[in-house]
Design a protein around this ligand. Structure first.
Ligand code: NFK
Length: 297
């Protein structure tokens, strides 16, 4: 990306009658980043948080980190950035942008968010060949989605394999999340809003799910869980739950890492610097674990 300005495009990953305004993905590339010699460059794909429902937290929440990374020493190693939008669960009580019941983009439940992120990854792979050469990073609910990625939800398709997965401020255990905040009913409401079917909570919790055996995170070459002690919304135990499960993965000793972050829950992406720093460290961990710099092995 050296010297070339980044071009941002909002691309549509789902066409047809089911498509909504939220089935889009922001893609940043430079003119050189699509050249054929980029097999050794990495894509960075981001899944935003916002408790599966907040209309104010969307793909644009990755823009500050993209700005930092595109001006960093890593810029020549990055093929492109992508930040996914996905349909949300209802939020009729939102103060400035309440959802209306007939808005197809804001009235879905698990696993619709996950289906959309999966479709976006299939789209990216078809267009940019990201298979085996992308880092997927998710924040909060987006980290949950990243660790839920699984071919099981797609009929006959297989998702591109991420080289590296980074969960930041993540929610990984729905039941434990509610229990840890039992004195605040809004926490239970958040989860019941996105996952109204309680019998699916275990399946939807990446640290507990039977589906984790085939989840994409298991076969990533670097599995990174990050949490900030200053996080005022998600408890650190969530990161511990996921790490405990991740350390049971094959070759976990070399692959699984905890990265401490600093900053409050949303400050991590708002500032750009903190999220960019975590992504930079994750790519360095990936490189040190791979033979040389080539990641498309
Ligand atoms: N801003 C969100 C709240 C939110 O994002 C959140 C709140 C508590 C714990 C985690 C959260 N976000 C995770 O994606 C809302 O208004 O629902």
């Amino acid at each position: 990306m050296a010297g070339c300005p980044l071009i941002l495009r909002r691309e549509i990953y789902l066409q047809g009658p089911d498509a909504t305004d939220l089935n889009t993905i922001d893609v940043w590339t430079s003119e050189t980043s699509l050249a054929p010699h980029i097999a050794d460059k990495i894509w960075v794909v981001y899944i935003h948080g916002g408790a599966w429902r907040d209309p104010n937290v969307d793909s644009r929440s990755f823009a500050p980190a993209v700005e930092v990374l595109s001006n960093s020493s890593l810029r020549d190693s990055i093929a492109g950035f992508a930040s996914v939008n996905y349909r949300l669960s209802p939020y009729p009580s939102h103060t400035t942008d309440p959802s209306s019941p007939d808005d197809k983009s804001r009235n879905v439940h698990y696993p619709a968010h996950l289906m959309d992120v999966s479709r976006a990854l299939l789209y990216l792979d078809e267009k940019y060949r990201i298979q085996n050469r992308y880092l997927v990073a998710g924040h909060s609910a987006g980290a949950c989605l990243a660790f839920e990625l699984n071919d099981w939800f797609l009929s006959g398709n297989s998702l591109p394999q991420p080289a590296c997965i980074l969960g930041v401020s993540g929610i990984y255990d729905l039941e434990a999340f509610i229990d840890a905040h039992s004195e605040i009913p809004a926490y239970r409401a958040l989860i019941e809003n996105a996952f109204p079917e309680k019998s699916l909570w275990e399946e939807a919790s990446p640290n507990k799910s039977d589906l984790s055996k085939t989840a994409k995170w298991q076969t990533a070459r670097a599995i990174i869980v990050s949490h900030s002690d200053e996080d005022e919304l998600v408890e650190k135990a969530q990161a511990s739950h996921m790490l405990r499960r991740a350390r049971m993965a094959p070759s976990a000793d070399e692959k699984v890492h905890f990265l401490p972050a600093n900053g409050a829950h949303d400050e991590i992406w708002e500032s750009g610097n903190i999220l960019a720093g975590l992504i930079t460290k994750s790519i360095e961990i990936l490189w040190s674990s791979s033979k040389g710099r080539s990641i498309a092995t």
